[in-house]
Design a protein around this ligand. Structure first.
Ligand code: IMP
Length: 427
């Protein structure tokens, strides 16, 4: 398969980093197409841990081109910090390219993210405060500043100063906040522009050429499908399209350019931030999953909310993404539980609910209907083949397939590359 998209099928943090890292080793090109520095996945390079936010995972392989597509909101501050970390350790960073159409995140986006959240009070979304929502707001409102704008020094300064003046009126007038220093920001960003210039390209052409010549292209999703601005648990979502369709616009490619879509799926469910979560376990079992799965955010360090596997969510995700396979991650975390629960559908007022509802009010009243399965006592983190898994673990994988209607092609039983069971090659 010469092109493959990887998406999170739940609320993000499904362990995409590890699977993408494994697949990126085979890719000629890795493409990010949405989100920004709100994403965070930890990868291990030569024994050292790196939290990548903006830089695509192809960075682990010196021959791979890494594309930050037009759909990403790009924060130069975060980018250069990540870059410095990699360069300090001698990792080649020359093959990272930024779309000339990508919108730039500025300090006022981050300031406004904080202020909007504060103003929402108890109805806050729980954003990562990386300025993502405000940057996409400017893009849609048509006042954003793009990477190509940064290349014209005089024009860039003019646009930026006008934006800062406008945003300062909002920050001080509406929220009573402190104004931002336009001169300091303009100077800093002029320097970023100078350093970014050699990386700024029409990346759509690069992706198109790679696909046309049959090179292997991996589309790397950030966040998860249930955080999609249109299809997720709105308004408790991010401001981009983490579903497979997001790659079409966010990388500037045509329908049909993606030959397969793998949904990275945790063997249980987590989410960070606010919003409904039908299978949430706000009890000792939830705490046990959090501790065993090290369920703390890579970007913010926040403890994640944990719960049983929500099959209705993944079934919904399979439909909206056109999933052709699942990579089931963190199965080892469930070792040692006497009994395991998988949600097959919801029930509300005696009525079965099979499709994920749009109305959060309706969702609040839903209760999960579970399939109960016996657990497995033994540690599975050393299992290197599907056959060597305990019968009950295989039964769990089969149940995931039955409930979601998607074949599980990869099973992950630990954080290392070797702890990956490939049932069917996907790329
Ligand atoms: P924002 O993307 O910072 O605007 O945050 C909006 C929502 O998306 C919040 O609930 C965040 O916790 C969530 N979110 C954003 N990025 C990620 C991610 O990479 N993993 C999981 N949740 C995320």
């Amino acid at each position: 398969m010469s092109s493959l998209a990887i998406v999170g099928s739940q609320w993000g943090d499904e362990g995409k980093g590890k699977i993408i890292d494994y697949l990126a080793g085979k890719a000629d090109m890795v493409v990010r197409a949405q989100g920004g520095s709100n994403a965070g996945h930890t990868v291990v390079i030569r024994g050292k841990k790196y939290a990548l936010h903006l830089i695509p995972s192809g960075i682990l392989n010196s021959n791979t081109a890494n594309i930050i597509g037009n759909g990403v909101v790009f924060d130069p501050e975060s980018f250069f910090e990540e870059l410095a970390g990699l360069e300090r350790d001698g990792i080649p960073t020359d093959k990272i390219y930024l779309s000339d159409r990508a919108h730039i995140v500025f300090p006022y986006h981050k300031a406004l993210d904080e202020l909007y959240e504060k103003a929402r009070g108890s109805a806050d979304i729980g954003t990562t405060k990386r300025g993502i929502g405000p940057a996409y707001m400017d893009k849609i409102e048509r006042s954003g500043i793009r990477a190509c704008d940064m290349l014209d020094e005089g024009g860039f300064r003019e646009k930026l100063e006008a934006q800062i003046a406008h945003k300062n009126r909002v920050i001080t007038g509406l929220f009573g906040g402190a104004p931002l220093d336009a001169g300091e920001i303009a100077r800093r960003y002029a320097e970023y522009a100078r350093r970014l210039a050699p990386r700024v390209r029409d990346t759509g052409v690069m992706v198109h050429e790679a696909l046309k010549s049959g090179r292997k292209v991996l589309f790397e999703g950030a966040q998860g499908s249930m955080l999609d601005i249109d299809l997720g648990t709105y308004p408790y979502v991010t401001s981009s399209h983490p579903v497979s369709g997001g790659f079409i616009v966010g990388a500037g490619i045509g329908l049909g350019a993606i030959h397969g879509v793998v949904g990275i799926t945790k063997a249980y469910t987590t989410r960070v931030g606010k919003g409904p979560f039908v299978t949430e376990l706000a009890d000792a079992t939830g705490d046990r999953i959090r501790e065993l799965g090290h369920e703390y955010g890579a970007t913010t360090g926040r403890p994640r909310r944990c719960g049983w596997f929500d099959g209705l969510v993944v079934r919904y995700s399979a439909r909206v993404n056109g999933l052709t396979g699942l990579a089931l991650t963190l199965l080892d975390v469930l070792s040692g539980f006497d009994e395991l629960f998988l949600c097959e559908r919801y029930e509300r007022g005696g009525q079965a609910i099979e499709d994920f509802p749009a109305d959060l009010g309706l969702l609040e009243g839903c209760r999960p209907v579970y399939r109960r399965l016996p657990g497995w006592g033994s540690d599975i983190s050393g299992c290197s083949s599907y056959e060597s898994l305990p019968e009950n673990a295989k039964g769990y994988v089969r149940a995931v397939e039955e409930i979601t209607g998607v074949p599980v092609k990869i099973v992950s039983v630990g954080p290392d590359r070797e702890q990956t069971i490939i049932r069917e090659e996907v790329f």
